[in-house]
Structure formats: structure tokens, C-alpha cells
Design a protein around this ligand. Structure first.
Ligand code: 9MR
Length: 363
């Protein structure tokens, strides 16, 4: 097997050199390739993980122009008790990014998950408004000079909750009604006037999944309403958690949706890209081909849309991925959702990213 996980014959056929593994210096930087097209490339990280893994830190340094706090800026990380903020992990993330010369992407000011237990009781219609605005003022304010973009609200659409407007019946919604979304953006704007502010969601990616196609419509109406109400929103963040076991059905429907979002004057960020290979059959070489195909098919469509300005993968290497805990394989083989393998060697998925950025129009 070569560094790319191909058999020797397949590698020869594709013209790959089989001599000594190229040094990292020979590996083209995803950050640079993306930047040449006006796209900011990055990855999500956990500060304790990068601190303990210098080789991984080097890989991030080489490839990432932006780093997202995978968990460190969520409520359950920042708010151990009702009146205490713990900024240690978030500060460490920001400090690490600064040392690396990377921007920081903030995730997420409002979400119905990763809420500390005390919030269940504390969050009432009477208290919710102040809880929300105080949190955003403290957190977005603290990082106003370092976080260049925020997921202000995450996953606010859930059609199964049965509302005509498609909004999720989250604890914030139950306490405050639909106005909590605009309120969160306005608080973020006030606390961090220069940050780009995004609304983030999943389930917008596939053309052949009915609920996702419907969700695109719901999302467009929501974005239209927010814009019409003068809410300071700059971007739609599409998470991009892809499933390698599905056909990569990214085509005319996705293109149209992205164009419609762009027509509202919004930027588009891909913020949590990875390819779940939990149910992809076959050996490592085959799985890597399938995973890379999903990256390629998705990015080829997405990067054609000039409003797409950021691409972030949810981790960078299979050595550190939340997929291994959340979606382990039945055969117990390690999951391979990211561009670099557990030995930090580039996989076909890395090559798919290289090709996608190289082939993308400049913006
Ligand atoms: O990868 C994250 C995992 O480590 C956390 O335990 C989990 C709950 O906070 O969140 C995961 O990240 C999620 C992200 O915050 C929002 N979109 C879905 C992600 C899971 O794939």
C-alpha cells in the first residue's frame, strides 16, 4: 500500500510515484490552494488534543487558515454553573490558532444540544431573554478580536416538530418563541461588530432525500424572513456531514439551492465537512475511494457557487474524529471520514480536496 492507501498496481496505473514517501513539504497546502480561489479552508479542533499531539499540530499549521472550536465554545464547556464562566478551553483554542496564524471560527452561541444540566431549570420564559443575551455578550464580546465568524444559532429547523414555519421546538423556542433567532443575531452583532454571523444547519446536502429537499425550502423562507426583518445575518453555514454509504446525489437541486441563498445576499460556509464510512463495505482501499468520491462530488458542486467562502472539515485526520465514538463500524475497523489517515498520511479524500480547490473558479 502507498501513502494514499492504493494498491501498488492501482498506484502505478494512476501514475503515482512509489519511491520514498514525499515529505510534508511536498504535500500541497489545502489552505493555500483554497486561498488562491478566495476560499478559507480550515478544520475543527479540540485544544487538549492539539496540545498533546505536536505532529497533528504541524499538519494543522500546514493546511488550515481557520480553526473551529469543535466543543470548547459550547454552553456545556463555557457554563459549568449558572454564574460561572470557564473560558479555559476556548481561550486555549484561540491561543493555539493565534500561534498558528489561523483565524478562529466560533461554534456555537445557541444550540439545543450541549446545554449544561442546570440550564434545564434555569431557562424559563421569564429568564431566557437575559440568559441568551448575557451569554452572547460575554462570549462573543470576549472573542470579538479573534473569532472572525460565528455559528450564531445552530440547527434551528426541524420539520418533524410540526410547525408551519419549520422551526425546531428547542428549549429556546419554547421559552421565547421564534424571535429568539433574530435576538441572538442582534446580540452577536452588538458584541462582535466585525464578526461574520452565520445560521448553521445539517440536512441540506442531498438531492435525493425528500426531507432534505423540503428542508431547503424551509431554510430559504427562514433566511428570507430574517433578511426582511433586518436581522444582521451574513451567511448560511451548511454542515456537510456526508454519508459514504449513500449515492453522492449532489446536483442541480443543490446548485439551485446555493444560488437561491446567494441571491439573498448571503455568503455560504461549509462548516463541518466529513464523510461517514460506518456503513461503507469493503477494505480500506475501497472505503477510501468511496469516501473521496463523496468529497469530490460535493465540493465540485459547492465550489462552483461563488458565494461559498469557507470550507471546514470536522477534524483533519482519522486519528482524531468524533465519528469514531458516534459512528463506529460493526467490523471494528477504524473509521476513515477525514482527508488524512490515523498516521497523518494524505488519503484519496485529501486529493479530492486538492483537485476541488484547484478546479474551482476564483471568487
Ligand atoms: O463532534 C462533536 C462531539 O465531540 C460532541 O460530543 C457533540 C456534542 O456536543 O458535538 C459534535 O459536533 C456536532 C456539532 O457541534 C454540531 N453538528 C453535529 C456535530 C456532530 O457530528
Amino acid at each position: 500500500m502507498t501513502r494514499l492507501g492504493l494498491s501498488r498496481r492501482a498506484a502505478l496505473a494512476s501514475g503515482l510515484a512509489l519511491t520514498a514517501a514525499p515529505t510534508w513539504a511536498a504535500e500541497r497546502s489545502l489552505r493555500d490552494l483554497a486561498a488562491a480561489k478566495g476560499v478559507l479552508f480550515g478544520a475543527a479542533i479540540e485544544p487538549h488534543v492539539v496540545q498533546d499531539d505536536p505532529a497533528f499540530a504541524d499538519l494543522l499549521q500546514r493546511h488550515c487558515g481557520s480553526l473551529t472550536a469543535e466543543n470548547a465554545m459550547k454552553w456545556n464547556a463555557l457554563r459549568p454553573t449558572p454564574d460561572r464562566f470557564d473560558f479555559a478551553a476556548a481561550d486555549a483554542t484561540v491561543a493555539f490558532a493565534r500561534r498558528q496564524g489561523a483565524q478562529v471560527y466560533g461554534h456555537a452561541l445557541v444550540w439545543h444540544e450541549a446545554m449544561p444540566a442546570w440550564l434545564d431549570e434555569a431557562l424559563t420564559p421569564r429568564t431566557a431573554g437575559a440568559l441568551l443575551s448575557d451569554h452572547i455578550r460575554r462570549v462573543a464580546g470576549r472573542y470579538a478580536g479573534s473569532v472572525t465568524a460565528w455559528d450564531v444559532v445552530n440547527e434551528v429547523v426541524e420539520r418533524n416538530d410540526g410547525r408551519r414555519d419549520g422551526l425546531r421546538l428547542s428549549p429556546w423556542f419554547r421559552a421565547l418563541g421564534p424571535s429568539y433567532i433574530g435576538a441572538a443575531f442582534r446580540a452577536a452583532r452588538q458584541a462582535a461588530p466585525r464578526a461574520r454571523l452565520a445560521l448553521a444547519d445539517y440536512g441540506l446536502e442531498y438531492d435525493d432525500e425528500r426531507w432534505m429537499v423540503e428542508k431547503r425550502g424551509t431554510m430559504l423562507s427562514l433566511l428570507e424572513d430574517l433578511k426582511a426583518a433586518g436581522v444582521p445575518i451574513h451567511a448560511l453555514a451548511i454542515q456537510g456531514h456526508l454519508d459514504g454509504a449513500r449515492r453522492p446525489a449532489f446536483g442541480a437541486g443543490l446548485r439551485r439551492f446555493l444560488a437561491q441563498v446567494a441571491n439573498l445576499g448571503l455568503e455560504i460556509y461549509i462548516t463541518e465537512l466529513d464523510v461517514n464510512d460506518q456503513k461503507v463495505p469493503g477494505n480500506v482501499a475501497r472505503r477510501d475511494v468511496v469516501v473521496a468520491d463523496s468529497y469530490r462530488a460535493f465540493l465540485d458542486v459547492v465550489l462552483d457557487e461563488p458565494a461559498v467562502r469557507r470550507v471546514t472539515t470536522w477534524g483533519l485526520t482519522d486519528r482524531h474524529t468524533s465519528k469514531s465514538g458516534m459512528f463506529p463500524r460493526a467490523d471494528r475497523a477504524g473509521v476513515r471520514p477525514l482527508p488524512f489517515d490515523a498516521a497523518l498520511r494524505p488519503k484519496l479524500a485529501y486529493q479530492a480536496l486538492v483537485d476541488a480547490f484547484a478546479g474551482a473558479p476564483r471568487r
